[in-house]
Design a binder for this molecule. Structure first.
Ligand code: TYD
Length: 131
């Protein structure tokens, strides 16, 4: 599946920890957009879409949530609960995010601006296009 968990180096010392995100270093694309999801209500599942072109990296800065990822053939579940770990999600991966802890802050880096025409929001259409 075109997803990858990428360890992010922690620059730690007696003061605490720091992670740097840099394009073409630990982020394998030009970052053109950043958004974050927080204060998610109990029981909410978000996402329910894939992208035609967009590449994204998801990092949970605080708390935890689960990603359900589906390439049209297989479906995997990955728990993100570590701010030193990035989940790289390529195009044509259906994603659903759930089990957000109340303190969860989920940050997404993207290689392009928001473009509704890049979304595939119908799962059956996604399955056909992913073949
Ligand atoms: P939505 O696509 O429903 O989020 P998710 O897929 O994570 O469940 O987005 C929620 C709203 O935010 C929707 O009105 C579109 C808007 N939005 C932007 O304006 N810019 C963005 O970068 C994103 C991701 C969403």
């Amino acid at each position: 599946m075109k997803v990858e968990l990428i360890p992010l180096q922690i620059h730690g010392d007696e003061r605490g920890s720091l992670v740097s995100l840099e394009r073409n270093s630990n982020i394998p694309f030009d970052i053109r957009r950043v958004y974050y999801i927080f204060d998610t209500e109990n029981g909410v599942t978000r996402g329910y879409h894939a992208h035609k072109k967009l590449m994204q990296m998801a990092i949970v800065l605080k708390g935890s949530c689960d990603f359900i990822l589906d390439d049209g053939n297989e479906r995997v579940s990955i728990t993100l609960n570590n701010p030193a770990q990035g989940l790289l999600i390529n195009s044509f991966i259906w994603r659903e995010m759930k089990n957000f802890t109340p303190d969860c802050v989920l940050m997404i880096l993207a290689d392009n601006e928001y473009d509704e025409s890049d979304y595939i929001r119908d799962y059956d259409q996604f399955r056909l296009m992913a073949k």
